[in-house]
Design a protein around this ligand. Sequence first.
Ligand code: NDP
Ligand code: CA
Length: 293
Amino acid sequence: MMQWNVLAQALGEGLDSFVQCPLEALSWSHRKYLIIEEILTYRPHILCLQEVDHYYDTLQPVLAGLGYSSNFCPKPWSPCLDVEGNNGPDGCALFFDQSRFELVDSISIRLCAMRIPTNQVAVMTMLRCRITEKCVCVAVTHLKARAGWDWLRSAQGSDLLRHLQNLVQKHPGAPTGDPSSDIPLLICGDFNAIPNEEVYQRFVTSPLSLDSAYKKLSKDGLTEPEYTTWKIRPTGECCTTLDYIWYSQELLRVDTVLDMPTEEQIGPNRLPSFSYPSDHLSLVCDFSFKEKE
Ligand code: NDP
Ligand code: CA
């Protein structure tokens, strides 16, 4: 599975101020091939994307031609809409390979904080594996950005966890009332939160028994990657970990994770660049269903 904030075209060109990135490298005509090339390099069975503002005209048709089915949920007040010449709102998109999975159910939600709807969304999809006939529930989200909004990200994370608990309990095979249902969860996102932020801790301590895939397969089993995004804005360089793949540790095993590119590979001007189309890096993992003990 693959998790990636692909950088909305309107935000990259209009709002982000990536001062070391040449404008030509930010053009959609250049970036779209790099995005599709990266997806095709790994050919994930499940693909979770954020900041998608070229769903209908590019990603959906191209990936449908390669056998992917998908769901897209735009943000209600996408900041892309403030950019001149925008291509519509950005949002979260969830793609799956139809040869491997069949769709059971999919819902898009607007995340709430203290019952008040926010500008952030999630797509949650229940899939059945065609080989094992087992179900897996996948979610993709993009939490509120920027400093000072830790409390909102935490509330949004709690809301997402509550929805997922309800979804896995609704489906047959899941014993009602049991928070550790039989249906494994995979939750991907740009959480806009570093590992010691409250929302991260909320996921670690959730009754859904989740673990973070990259942390699990780190050298000591305790450490997230050094960075999942690395950019230079007028305010300075920002090298940090904000993106995660969470999974049900009792029901799934993470077998491999793809290493982040090194500092040398990323280069002195950081991201995005002529080689990397987004300021975020993709996270790619292999999972298998755990056999019941
Ligand atoms: P967020 O704060 O969550 O940020 C939205 C996007 O901006 C993210 O994709 C984020 O990328 C990116 N971003 C983060 N930091 C920076 C930065 N320093 N410079 C440039 N881009 C950055 O925004 P919301 O979704 O809460 O939406 C806020 C915006 O939405 C407002 O600015 C307004 O334009 C619009 N809005 C309009 C309303 C209306 O009535 N018309 C109502 C509400 C909102 P990443 O996640 O990768 O960091
Ligand atoms: Ca962004």
